[in-house]
Every structure is written in structure tokens, then in C-alpha cells.
Design a protein around this ligand. Sequence first.
Ligand code: IFM
Length: 433
Amino acid sequence: MNPKQYAFPPDFLWGTAASAYQVEGHNRHSDWARWEMEERKRPPARRRIREPCGRACDHWNRFEEDYELARSIGVQVHRPSVEWSRIYPREKLVDREALAHYRTMLQALQRRGIKVMLCLNHFTLPLWAASRGGYTNAKMLLPAFEAYVETVVQYLGDLVDYWLTVNEPNVIPTAAYLGAVMPPFKSSPLSFVKAFRTFMAMHSRAYRIIKERFPRSPVGVAYSYFHLQPLRQHNPLDRAGRNLAHLAINRRFFQGIAGGRIGPPLGLGERMPGLEGALDFIGINYYSTSYMKGLFPVESKPGDLVTEMGWIYYPRGLYEVLHEISRLSPRPIIITENGIATTDESFRIRYLEDHLKEIHRALADGIEIRGYMHWSLTDNFEWQHGYSKRFGLIGIDYATLERKLKTGGQRYARIIGDNGFAEPAPPDKEQRP
Ligand code: IFM
């Protein structure tokens, strides 16, 4: 029997993703740097952040080496972010040297023929903004964010091919203000709503600012579209919890883009100026599925195959999410994150290929998917889990900062080179007449 072929469209974009704080190192003015220090004051058993980020991968100084490895993999587009607190260490103070350094970094990608997909906000805030309420103080945050976006667009815009306004505008509200698993570790529905609305406004304002200067540059959002299931399939409370979470965390954002209004539970149907139509492409970050038990999320149940993050291995969910999102919005889709925390390279390869198969299946159904960015180019600082999770195609030895392409990275390189892959039929059984 012939091998099964997974050929991708000729113009399909293959890429990698990362975020500034997770790889650069030495980010002293960020809210996360402060939270990490605060956590050190708690007894070890009660610490909610495993370790400080510190020098991370020292990507700030070693970007040439990282981008050279990206080139060797055949990466066509890379998705870095810029760190707001680096550019604005104080509210009204632009650090020109930091901006110039970012220019050099983006040029290093460009020189290697790697396109740039730049993200403007990836989980962190400048300390001065966080200490005044952060995402829950829109009045303070939005004008400051606009000033920052203007600066980035003005100084770096000519080097950017694709923009992402914000990363996972649904995750920080949920994890930091509702689930209390990320700083500031709150559990307040009101703060969740405020933070979510601020993210929607940040997105739409950044969109408008970029379009004003670069009308033809594609601008998207990196959205973690949650694949959710009721824990007990036929339990009405679990079903209701699932539907409510789905509405608030997944649908409302895209309905807001479609109609310009914010529906319950995030709003009362009022208009948000500038929101309607503020999206050229949808970036989807997909890793897993999860359950709702009433109003409470449950990561997995006994018997589920899980990754080292404790997340369920569920490639089919990506296919379903792609279908769902394409019903919600007519925009083209790019997978802006997908990857696995593991030290087992055969598991990484299986994860990669199984998810690509689902993308391939969705493409065959006619869904417009333009590209795939693997999370992540290198191992990195995985927020509250510190350096214990290894998502990289390139491994980092944190003692020496030596980089090494993993077997998973080699496999990804071959897939990019062949613009797809073939899966040999299993021997024997399939070959019997
Ligand atoms: O590392 C994170 C990233 O910052 C946001 N999306 C999920 C990744 C894996 O947890």
C-alpha cells in the first residue's frame, strides 16, 4: 500500500513562535520579574512560581545563533514579541537603545530570509502599569498601550510582515483574574470581565494604529481558542458550564469583531468603538482539550493521555476548533502556536505530525489555513513552571546556554523541506491481500 501523503499548499507558511520575556532574559522592568521576586519570600512549598526567569535563554544577546538555527530548520516566518517594559521602562520614557536592539534582531531575521510576525503583548506588562491595576485599569492602560504601539509601529514597522496585537487575550483574564493560577492570582469575576474588555480594546486600538500607517500589513490576534467538553457528557450542569465558558472565553471576542458589540457576560451588548472588523487573520493557539465540571475547569480525567503540562493529548480538537472558528469568522487562519512540553522526542514528533494531519484534514474541507507556527523555536521559561517544561525544537542547556537541535527539530525541518510528510502504512496487516 502507498504511504499516506500529507502535502500542504505550495504557499503554506511554516514557522516558529516565541515570546520576548520567555527567551530574552534580563527583563528587570516587567511585572513578572517583580512577581518572581515576591514569590521568593514565600516558603518554598507555597511558591506559585517555580523559579525566576533571570537570564532565560539569553536570546537578547544570542539571537544571531538562534536565528541561524531557525534558518537551518528552514523556518519561513518567525513570531517573536517585543517587551513593552523594555521599550518603556517608565511610563513616558522610551529606551532608544532597546528599540535599536529590537531593530537589529528583526533585521537578523530578515537577512536570513525569515519573515517577521511581531506580537505586541505577550503576557507581561511594565511594572509601572501593573502596579496601577494593569489590565483591570483600562483608563490608565489603554492610552499608555497606544503610545507604545505607536512607537513600535514607527520604529520597527517597516521590518514587520505580519502583526499580532495581543497574545491570548482570553488566557490572562481567565488564568490571572478568575482561575488564580497566574499572577496577580485573583479569583474575581468582575476583574475577569474588566481585564477581558481591556484586552479587546487593546486589540482594536493596536489594529487601528497599525492599519493607519501600514494599511496593507496583515494584522491578527493570537487566540487560544479553548476546546471545551462537559466532564460528564450528559450532566446538565457540566453542559451549562461548558456552554457558558465557551461563550465567554471563545465566542464573544469574535462576535465583537463581527458586530462591534460586547455581549453578555462580558458586556450588555454595547458598542466598543473601533472593534468591528478589526481583524485581517485569525491566529489560533491550540494545545489540548479540557473539561468543565459545572463552572469549574478540569484539566484531565483518569485514563487521558497527557503531556508534561498535564494537558490532554487531543489533536482532533484542533480540527474541530478550525471548523468552529471558520463558522464564526470568514478570516483566514494561521496556527500561531502548537507544540508539546516533553523530553521524549518521539512524542514531540508524534504530537507535531498528528496535529499537522488535522490541519491537513481541515484544509481538505476547504478551510483557509495559511500557515503553522510551532511553539517553540527554543526551550524557554514556561511562566509559573519555570524551566521545567521543554517546548523547544532547539534544546537549551541552561547551565552553559548551549543550543542543540533536537530530533523533533530535525523532523520539522524535513517536513518544511518537503512541504508535508508521508506516513508509511503499518507493515503486515495493511499489506495482506
Ligand atoms: O508558553 C506559553 C505561551 O507563552 C502562551 N501559549 C501557551 C504556551 C505554552 O504554555
